[in-house]
Design a binder for this molecule. Structure first.
Ligand SMILES: [Ca+2]
Ligand SMILES: [Ca+2]
Ligand SMILES: [Ca+2]
Length: 207
């Protein structure tokens, strides 16, 4: 008897949740994908000043029946996989005032919205989550971030140059300093590094 009650309750819960979720964002069907816009895609080469590669995170919001949901506001979060990353202020209101979170929306008729991440320091693997109200979707597939700020303190300075020099023309390649993703750290990468030397969160491109 107890088991029958349990089964009936479980069925009721499923029925109610099914009704409640029609037209509501659903973690199981909402997708999150991330890709850099430079030569390291799906990864990216970044500068805390935000003037190098961007990572575009595409979120497609659907309900549990697979129907795209228009008009949804989405917050996208960047989550590093253990390495030191640094995030610059990006002008959004609290609690999204740093560059590891972006509030975007509303979603279009296909349920799609894109969040752009650029003002990031530090190297390593990163993945992205999306929150839509109380629903959290993701993570995206993990992508690798190379950076002219290789120690992740939101400044590209002499310390980073010292680290860069340590790995210059060294095999195996240190992916953090390989800005064009050709599996070598050489003169091309040095040129890229030099372009962003002395950049911080708020310093513009070199003249
Ligand atoms: Ca933000
Ligand atoms: Ca640095
Ligand atoms: Ca390279």
């Amino acid at each position: 008897m107890y088991e029958k009650v349990l089964i009936a309750c479980a069925g009721l819960v499923l029925l109610i949740s099914g009704i409640a979720l029609a037209g509501d964002p659903c973690a199981g069907t909402t997708t999150v994908s991330a890709a850099g816009n430079g030569s390291c895609t799906p990864g990216a080469a970044m500068c805390p000043n935000g003037d190098y590669d961007q990572v575009n995170v595409t979120v497609t919001v659907k309900d549990c029946y697979g129907t795209p949901l228009e008009g949804q506001m989405v917050t996208v979060l960047a989550i590093p996989a253990g390495d030191p990353f640094c995030y610059c202020p990006d002008g959004e209101p609290v609690p999204n005032d740093y560059s590891d979170t972006k509030m975007v929306g509303p979603t279009d008729a296909a349920g799609v919205v894109v969040a752009t991440f650029d003002k990031v320091g530090g190297c390593g693997d990163m993945e992205f989550y999306a929150t839509i109200g109380i629903v959290t979707a993701g993570p995206s597939l993990s992508i690798y971030i190379a950076n002219v700020d290789n120690n992740g303190n939101c400044a590209c300075n002499l310390v980073d140059f010292g680290n860069f020099a340590t790995y210059y023309n060294i095999w195996p390649t240190n992916a953090c300093m390989d800005y064009n993703c050709d599996d070598a750290v050489n003169l091309v990468d040095f040129g890229n590094f030099a372009t962003h030397y002395n950049h911080t969160c708020s310093v513009g491109p070199n003249p």
